[in-house]
Design a protein around this ligand. Structure first.
Ligand code: SF4
Length: 444
């Protein structure tokens, strides 16, 4: 049997898709790049916010209209969150599969091929014993060459009032340090050069196992692995930033000084309403501590505007924080009202037009800040991970340097007078910034 997979959503969802592929391949199924020729089409959906839900539903509708006789399995967060409703309302899908126990994907695939329209939504295992990502050696990787995500936790206990993830992924469950180090060893053995550690909040890693954050201990374990590779940390809740990781980064340059800290806001009043405990001064001190410990550090963040009750003063406080923080990479999002979350019934809703305007002003103000931060690379010889050749452009390749995370930050255009291997490290002299990207030259 053959399957076509259409992945949506975040890096955590991508790892789920890779694990589903591994389970199907192990059961004798074969991946197929053509949805029209596949026995089954799997849409791995996202159910986080309105726009993401719409994108996933549109993917199902478009498959159905292009391939009327195709068999379609809706998997992922949207199925996990709404399967019972969708069963009645979405005849376009032939079956539904949640994400709490991915090893059962073969059962769901067979149900879809039968056209049973059933929903297989295994219960979320609150015990935390489930090792939800354990097949490193045969897990297909959907990332560009040389890079792989390692999911170290599932679920979240932070309960930010706007967030539906705890409703979808359940409470926090952390993997053991040994199982993560083993997975990393397997991926490095396969030639992976960049290990991106992900979870809903890396700052909570291990807290469910005994109260303490074990991220520094995990980095100690990964540091024992031999070889030339990068470790990149994604998604650390700023209120839970484990400062113990700073000296690990200082000691082992393979642990990149790259910190993805979703501040979301800077007004203490708004952050309290989000069930967060920070404010502008606390976050500025955190940034200053990171930059004094690691002068070459890169900081990525996200801001959420239009949260219920956000006033003009709150927004001005956010703009002022943005100006003083000088964050390297920043994404701005408009609040999405999600049923089942505490914020859903909060008063003081902000008009969509106002929220969109605030998002636009944040994005506009961020351009010169990011450009100035990217300019720090110009004139330097930096290590870059080569990702792919630029089509029809001899000697040109796309890659990333340490300050550029996959898929979300700028890229580095590498010019080389000799062929470069995707998935390998090269040394390149950065000679120019082009927008948010870098131009660099490799000399053999
Ligand atoms: S940290 Fe907050 S926003 Fe992030 S997944 Fe957890 S509850 Fe959601």
């Amino acid at each position: 049997m053959t399957y076509y997979l259409d992945p949506h959503g975040c890096a955590k969802n991508q790892v789920d898709a890779e694990n589903m592929m591994a389970a199907l391949n192990a059961a004798g199924w074969t991946p197929c790049g053509d949805p029209g020729a596949a026995d089954l089409c799997i849409v791995n959906t996202c159910g986080f916010i309105e726009s993401a839900k719409k994108e996933s539903l549109d993917a199902v509708f478009s498959l159905r209209s292009s391939y009327p006789s195709a068999r379609i399995l809706m998997a992922g967060c949207l199925a996990q969150r709404y399967a019972e409703d969708l069963k009645g309302d979405l005849p376009e899908a032939d079956a539904f599969f949640g994400n709490a126990d991915l090893s059962r994907v073969v059962e769901a695939a067979e149900a879809a091929v039968r056209g049973s329209h059933e929903a297989l939504i295994p219960p979320i295992d609150a015990s935390g014993e489930v090792d939800f990502s354990s097949c490193s050696d045969d897990r297909p990787l959907l990332s560009l060459p040389g890079s792989a995500y390692i999911k170290i936790t599932e679920g979240c206990d932070n309960c930010c009032t706007y967030c539906a993830i705890p409703l979808i992924r359940g409470n926090l469950r952390s993997r053991s340090i040994d199982s993560i180090v083993e997975e990393a060893r397997g991926l490095l053995h396969r030639g992976v050069k960049e290990l991106c550690l992900i979870g809903q909040d890396l700052g909570s890693y291990g807290v469910d196992k005994g109260g303490e954050c074990l991220l520094p201990d995990l980095l100690d374990g990964l540091s024992k692995l031999e070889g030339d590779f990068w470790i990149r940390l994604l998604y650390i809740h700023p209120d839970r930033f484990p400062r113990g990781i700073l000296d690990r980064c200082a000691r082992d340059p393979r642990i990149l000084p790259y910190f993805d800290l979703p501040f979301q806001h800077a007004s203490g009043r708004v952050l309290r309403a989000m069930n967060r405990s920070g404010d502008a001064e606390t976050y500025l001190r955190l940034i200053a501590d990171i930059r004094s410990a690691l002068p070459d550090a890169t900081i990525r963040s996200t801001f959420l505007v239009g949260f219920p009750g956000e006033t003009d003063e709150d927004f001005e406080a956010l703009l002022d924080f943005q100006r003083r923080a000088e964050i390297d990479w920043l994404g701005a999002f408009v609040y999405s009202r999600e049923e089942g979350t505490p914020a859903y019934s909060m008063r003081g809703r902000v008009a969509k037009k106002t929220a969109e305007e605030r998002k636009r002003r944040i994005e506009e103000a961020q351009v010169p800040i990011t450009e100035a931060r990217v300019d720090r690379c110009v004139g330097r010889v930096m290590r870059a991970l080569v990702e792919e050749a630029v089509e029809n452009e001899d000697g040109l390749y796309l890659g990333r340097v340490a300050s550029q995370a996959p898929e979300v930050d700028g890229a580095t255009v590498l010019s080389s007078d000799s062929p470069l291997a995707p998935g390998s490290f090269v040394a390149a002299r950065v000679f120019r910034r082009a927008g948010f990207d870098l131009d660099a030259a490799c000399h053999a």
